[in-house]
Design a protein around this ligand. Structure first.
Ligand SMILES: Cc1ncc(COP(=O)(O)O)c(C=O)c1O
Length: 1003
């Protein structure tokens, strides 16, 4: 009997069945006369009592008044809740439940803390409703039960990757240690599987809320905190802020059903244990069921989360979750903080004769050039010299500061940096105070205590010689003080458990070779939690944990007899900056992104904000050879030291640079004129064209952009076409853009021919009026026009027409030169043309203002017959030095080749995404110059401008910078610095994939 027939005969319902996802059981959406239902056909291995338990639990919940939905069990005509079905093979239990409304949580990303908080509240209510539910099957051997998760430890061999295996091993070891505490926790009947495939979401007043919960198949009598940790594990997967999502869920649960301090302490270890169970279950079952997609659903995100949390400062995380539940960060942190405040002024000076109250503040924040940072080389010699230099310039021998400071100087893997995962959070925020002063300076104990640990942390960037003292306060609590970067032999008089009195000598400030490789300073850090006996506590934490670190690692200023404010870093105030900017900047000088970036520094294809968050820069093409390229900086600086002047003096740089450019260009393009912006260069190109042709009429490509000067604006339809822009000049004639995807040529069989013919017709029209043509200008791969790759033969045909009409051909290669297109060094090359006038800009100086016009000797000679050409900054000694260094850096680092390889890799990735997300209507580009044309409908190709804006802003939230462009602003624009590498490309593709899967992007 078919399923349909079975349902009709058994339930009296006629309708259609659609198979849904499921783990072991088969689930069907049944749509019939009486609406939607879910028909469940259980796996034959499923015990009937287990299904009875689910049905009974659902019926039990119906007897309670709950504010969320759970399925109703639909009885068969016989009155039974469970029936049997058998087509072939063993008979299987079947049952029918009501269909919940709303969106499956899996399809309602992004999951923000407000959503996970609603889940926490609902789970607490569910647990309350089930608290008096009884069923014999609640207590059974069950491998998903968090109390029975010990099996994971026995299956470590299933994880092939040794690093991943080590992570699971560590999670299991912690679980074993905490087992006695877990056994004391309250136990209740739990749902035990509140994952995103079992939850429904509804929009409630503009904010997503959990509205229903299904699938009670994993119900088990287990630890209540396990219920919360399991749900939190899923809500944290691939979310913007996994800890915030988990904390919101936990605190909402706690508000409904108060948890004990022990349960709260177990929350994070159990969350990780659930992840370990998930990935281990996948690893085991994939051996026997390799093709079951449901099985692997949470495997990859589970691993990502396990990896994200591995090595995280657990003291801080526990404090973070305690605070989320309204507790102090640790049971002792408030008492210690009060004691420090009360005893301010009573401590013995740490250094003799040093007035720390007047000490110079050493700024090592992201905004400070003193904080020299070479992320790829962990050599601190340059940093140390820079600090010494800053102190010499300030004429000081003591400097202080750094509590809570976000610093770029923590570069190693020890600080969480992982070159394969450029967005992995790193420990940026300093947890102590640094006192910088001469090596050899004696350090005295500010307060008495006992030596907890003394030793030598030998790794580069570690503490070198250090000591930790344990202190007790009169109310019985203990805290610890750490003194790092000391000379190890100066500590030899102090051994574990020695008593130290206030004023006793601790040791001496160490030098580079013995203090972890740093400049001479003492790192003083307080800790309210007991540190380990054999490892050193971290001296920095990730940004999101610093607020809780304030309690657990309090500001040690009191120890030095100074005010907290003297040592505490105050993050730059972005809101105040924006307000101030608005006072002096016109409103049409816009900032990117709904939440503008307050930037501090950049490196290669990364930009960091003032608070130390680092973004992948997939948008900026000016820093062509990478942000802050050292060889370009050196070339500019060296030249600046010699002479910075103009072209009226003979100097090697101008000639060397012009020769370097022309040697890379076709022979016809032999004369260079330099300016400091591409707008000026285009303006100059116009003058050259007019002089050469004796005409004024310009043909410009629709949507083109060539700059901000009056002439450049006049030839930029992108600008004069806009409301509030100038009207089109009579000498400007707009020719069509050969866009094969959208517009008048979308249906054309030969876009190049048709569009060139239309351009010819415009030329003919001008000539027919007895007028002449000065020239034609277009970008090589029109960018603001929507990243349009012109079809083969187009420019060739147009250039032929223009020249035949007496005009010159200008190629604006401002965005697409110097290897940007991968296969081609110059943008015009892919069209197999050579322009008469080439305009270059943006990448030429890697940020130093430099643009150029390169033309033929004939055109140059015509131009030279006019007035003198002189530009104050154009072609200056310094700009030419910058330009030379850029050309050199492209060759030395093989960046054109890189653009080609990474470009091909990106293209393949974009195509894969397009297969899953029809919102990507078209993929256009080459090398490291891409446009993804987003559509609301793949057939009509209607532009998805709002979605493009959403994607751009969501990617910014997640740490990847791209732009949007095109006449409808619906094209995602990706054109990173040419250093863009595989880890960056992988991250971009991964993050883009996540955002494209979000609810706001579905079409
Ligand atoms: C194609 C093109 N031409 C010219 C310009 C003007 O360059 P600049 O801002 O250096 O004057 C730009 C700037 O965005 C451009 O993209």
């Amino acid at each position: 009997m078919s399923l349909k027939q079975f349902i009709f005969e058994t339930y009296g319902l006629a309708g259609e069945l659609t198979r849904l996802g499921g783990d072991l059981d088969e689930n069907y959406l049944f749509e019939g006369d009486f609406g939607k239902h879910i028909f469940k056909l259980m796996h034959h291995s499923f015990d009937r009592p287990l299904i009875e338990m689910q049905a009974a639990a659902l019926a039990h919940i119906q007897t309670k008044k709950v504010s969320f939905e759970t399925p109703l069990v639909i009885p068969a005509l016989s009155g039974e809740l469970l029936t049997y079905y058998s087509a072939e093979g063993p008979k299987r239990t079947a049952w029918m439940i009501s269909h919940l409304s709303g969106t499956l949580m899996a399809k309602a990303r992004p999951w923000k803390p407000a959503l996970t908080a609603s889940l926490g509240g609902i789970l607490a209510k569910l647990d309350r409703a089930l608290s008096d539910f009884k069923h014999p099957s609640l207590e059974r051997p069950f491998h998903w039960d968090i109390l029975q998760a010990g099996w994971v430890d026995e299956k470590l061999h299933l994880h092939q990757n040794t690093e991943q295996r080590a992570i699971v091993e560590a999670v299991c070891a912690q679980y074993d240690t905490l087992r006695p505490q877990l056994d004391t926790c309250p136990k209740i009947p739990t749902h035990h599987d509140a994952n995103d495939m079992n939850l429904f979401v509804k929009d409630d007043l503009g904010s997503n809320q959990i509205s229903g919960i299904i699938d009670f198949g994993d119900m088990v009598y287990s630890a209540r905190i396990g219920e919360v940790a399991i749900a939190a594990a899923y809500t944290a997967m691939d979310s913007d802020d996994p800890l915030a999502n988990a904390a919101a869920l936990l605190s909402a649960y706690h508000a409904e059903e108060p948890l004990t301090e022990v349960e709260i302490a177990l929350f994070f270890p159990l969350l990780r244990m659930r992840l370990a169970v998930t990935v281990s279950n996948s690893a085991e079952r994939v051996l026997t069921e390799p093709d079951d997609p449901y099985l692997m659903l949470h495997n990859a995100p589970g691993w990502r989360l396990l990896e994200r949390f591995h090595g995280i400062n657990e003291t801080l995380v526990t404090g973070y979750f305690r605070k989320a539940c309204g507790l102090s960060a640790s049971p002792t942190s408030n008492a210690i903080s009060d004691w420090l405040t009360d005893n301010h002024g009573n401590f013995t000076p740490m250094f003799k004769g040093a007035d720390l109250g007047k000490a110079y503040t050493l700024d090592l924040s992201y905004s400070s050039a003193t904080a020299v940072n070479t992320p790829e080389a962990q050599d601190t010699i340059v940093l140390n010299a820079s600090i010494a230099d800053a102190m010499t310039k300030a004429n000081v021998s003591i400097a202080i500061g750094g509590y809570g400071e976000a610093r770029p100087i923590y570069t190693g893997a020890a600080f969480g940096r992982n070159s394969d995962k450029p967005l992995a959070p790193i420990r940026t925020h300093h947890l102590g105070v640094d006192v910088s002063l001469a090596a050899g300076t004696a350090v005295y104990a500010p307060v008495g205590g006992t030596v907890w640990q003394a030793g030598y942390a030998a790794d580069p960037l570690d503490y070198g010689g250090y000591i930790i003292l344990q202190h007790s306060i009169p109310t019985g609590e203990q805290f610890y003080s750490l003194y790092g970067h000391l000379a190890p032999e100066s500590l030899s008089h102090l051994k574990k458990d020695n008593k130290v009195r206030a004023g006793d000598l601790i040791g001496e400030v160490g030098v580079y070779s013995e203090n972890g490789g740093w400049w001479p300073h003492v790192h003083l850090q307080l800790m309210t939690e007991t540190p380990g006996r054999c490892s050193t506590p971290p001296g920095a934490c990730e940004a999101g944990l610093f607020e809780v670190a304030r309690s657990l690692y309090p500001n040690p200023a009191a120890f030095m007899g100074i005010e907290n404010s003297a040592t505490e870093w105050v993050p730059p105030n972005t809101a105040a900056l924006l307000e101030k900017r608005g006072q002096t900047t016109p409103a049409n000088q816009k900032l990117s992104y709904q939440k503008p970036l307050h930037i501090a520094r950049a490196w290669k294809h990364y930009i960091s904000d003032t608070e130390g968050r680092t973004y992948i820069d997939a948008y900026n093409n000016v820093p062509h050879v990478g942000h802050c390229n050292p060889s370009v900086i050196a070339a500019i600086t060296e030249q600046m030291k010699l002479v910075a002047t103009n072209t009226r003096y003979a100097h090697d740089s101008l000639t060397a640079y012009a020769h370097a450019l022309t040697s890379r260009l076709p022979a016809e393009l032999s004369v260079c004129l330099f300016t400091s912006s591409a707008s000026e260069a285009n303006e100059l190109a116009l003058r050259l064209a007019r002089k050469a042709s004796g005409a004024k009429n310009m043909l410009v490509m629709e949507h083109g952009y060539h700059g901000i000067t009056t002439g450049a604006m006049a030839i930029s339809p992108y600008k004069f076409g806009q409301s509030g822009g100038d009207a089109q000049e009579v000498w400007v004639h707009v020719t069509p853009q050969p866009d094969a995807f959208r517009g008048q040529y979308a249906a054309s069989a030969n876009v190049a021919n048709d569009c060139a013919a239309d351009t010819q017709a415009i030329i003919d029209g001008i000539l027919a009026k007895g007028q002449k043509i000065a020239g034609y200008i277009s970008e090589c791969l029109p960018s603001v026009g929507g990243q349009i790759v012109m079809p083969e033969g187009f420019l060739k045909a147009v250039y032929r027409s223009v020249r035949a009409a007496g005009g010159v051909c200008i190629a604006d290669d401002v965005q697409t030169s110097l290897g940007r297109l991968g296969r081609y060094y110059w943008g015009f090359e892919y069209q197999q043309v050579v322009p008469d006038i080439l305009v270059l800009g943006k990448p030429l100086g890697n940020g130093f203002p430099l643009a150029a016009v390169v033309t033929t000797s004939e055109i140059a000679a015509e131009f030279a017959s006019g007035p003198e050409f002189f530009s104050t900054f154009g072609g200056s000694t310094v700009s030419c030095a910058a330009g030379l260094a850029v050309l050199d850096a492209i060759d030395t680092a093989g960046l054109q080749q890189n653009a080609q390889e990474i470009g091909a890799y990106l293209e393949a990735g974009f195509k894969k995404l397009q297969n899953s997300y029809p919102v990507i209507g078209d993929i256009r580009g080459m090398g490291l110059f891409w446009g993804l044309d987003l559509v609301t409908d793949p057939i009509s190709r209607a532009p998805a401008s709002d979605i493009a804006s959403y994607v751009k802003n969501r990617l910014r939230e997640r740490g990847v910078l791209i732009g949007t462009d095109g006449p409808e602003d619906n094209v995602l624009k990706i054109r990173p610095p040419m250093t863009f590498d595989k880890p960056a490309a992988d991250t971009l593709l991964f993050e883009l994939g996540l955002v494209l899967a979000e609810a706001g992007v579905q079409i």
